[in-house]
Ligand binder design. Structure first.
Ligand code: PMP
Length: 389
């Protein structure tokens, strides 16, 4: 057997670095010297590079460059949004609402704030399709709510939320609207104004930029309503101290600029590949179901349940085709995806669910190989589980 064709379909986990982004970063890595806060000429050159990146990142969501707070990724941006708002709250133990399908960095931050007794937290339920209904937000919100956090697009199912309608309900109650748009920006147009979001989180490695760098972008007014969670020299308008990761931010900026230029054509091409993959998998495999409302989702994502086939076994069997499960290892035992459970998917079906996420460098040949690999793996895992009774 020849060398097998490696296929990477885990873009929602981490997308590959675009070589054009690497090229933009290279001069900074090789020649950039000095702390971007230093006043000497070396520092000024670094600061100029960071300023340019700030403009590129602001443009991705139609924000102002002065309202971009660089962080070490979306996890940190989400922590800053929730924790920072609670720290600055004018009342004791404010109430915050988060959707039931948020990323762990929102969910666990909210849980921690609740456990510490510094905020009251309620989860907004989602529909069977994984969507947050603005009416559900309207019903739960009251004047005691400080902040509502609802993601733009779900990382596991790709399902899109009606964020503009949600933000209307949130603002009508006088609360802040935080939107984790990590999976959305760069894939579909998303603007601060159009979405009505006050605070938006994003991350480099989901948009073919570097990992370990991201941003919280806000409106001027909303950023004033935050306190820092990381203290030090007062960088990033006092909201996130720490010497700037210059090469990382330059990469984030370059990735954002490419995304603005290419997201529409990329969405069209990638959704074509995804739709063909979904059609072929459904045609060739029996008892396969899609998780999430497929009429409103990202162009690159599909989540399948292969009935009777354990997802971890399927993913292992599919090597060298990289796909993922939403299950997480907690305290030594594998827990099914919290997102799928919140949608009302049974534990059994959640254990049988596999996510495919495509992107910029996915080719037709990749999809051919992925379909073949999926058919073979699911057949094999089902046969083994029948044999083992
Ligand atoms: N939010 C969402 C929706 C995500 O998908 C991820 C990454 N899986 C994050 C936040 C965390 O991003 P980072 O890896 O930059 O911390």
């Amino acid at each position: 057997m020849g060398v097998q064709h490696e296929v990477y379909l885990d873009y929602n986990g981490s997308a590959p670095l675009d070589p054009r982004v690497a090229e933009a970063m290279l001069p900074v890595l090789l020649e950039g010297i000095g702390n971007a806060s230093a006043v000497h000429r070396f520092g000024c050159r670094q600061a100029a590079a960071v300023d340019h990146a700030r403009e590129q990142v602001a443009a991705l969501v139609g924000g102002r460059s002065s309202d971009v707070v660089f962080t070490a990724g979306a996890t940190e941006a989400n922590n800053l949004a929730l924790h920072g708002a609670v720290l600055a709250a004018p009342v004791d133990r404010p109430r915050i609402l988060i959707s039931a399908v948020e990323h762990a960095s929102v969910r666990e931050t909210a849980q921690w704030l609740s456990d510490q007794g510094i905020a009251k937290v309620d989860a907004i339920p989602v529909t069977r399709g994984g969507v947050v209904d603005p009416d559900a937000v309207g019903m739960m919100i009251d004047s005691d709510v400080l902040l509502v956090s609802v993601m733009a697009a779900n990382s596991e199912t790709g399902v899109l939320n009606p964020v503009a309608k949600i933000s209307e309900r949130v603002h009508a109650a006088g609360a802040l609207f935080h939107c984790d748009a990590t999976q959305m920006v760069g894939r579909l147009p998303f603007g601060l104004q159009e979405s009505g979001a006050d605070l938006v989180s994003m991350s480099g490695h989901k948009i073919c930029g570097p990992g370990g760098v991201g941003a919280l972008i806000g409106t001027r007014q909303s950023l004033r309503q935050l306190r820092p969670v990381i203290h030090g020299g007062g960088h990033e308008r006092g909201l996130r101290s720490g010497s700037t990761n210059v090469a990382g931010t330059v990469g984030l900026g370059a990735a954002a600029e490419i995304a603005v230029e290419e997201r529409n054509s990329e969405a069209e091409r990638v959704s074509g590949l995804r739709d063909r993959m979904v059609a072929e998998i459904k045609e060739r495999i029996l008892d396969v179901y899609e998780n999430g409302d497929s009429s409103r989702r990202l162009p690159n994502t599909a989540s399948f349940q292969f009935a009777g086939a354990d997802a971890d076994a399927v993913v292992t069997q599919m090597d060298p085709i990289a796909v993922s499960t939403g299950s997480a290892c907690s305290s030594g035992s594998i827990e099914p995806s919290a997102v799928l459970l919140a949608m009302g998917v049974s534990r059994e079906a959640a254990y049988e669910s596999v996510r495919f996420s495509l992107g910029r460098f996915t080719t037709d040949a990749d999809i051919d190989a992925a379909v073949e690999g999926t058919v073979t793996a699911v057949d094999y895992v089902r046969a083994m589980s029948r044999e083992n009774g």
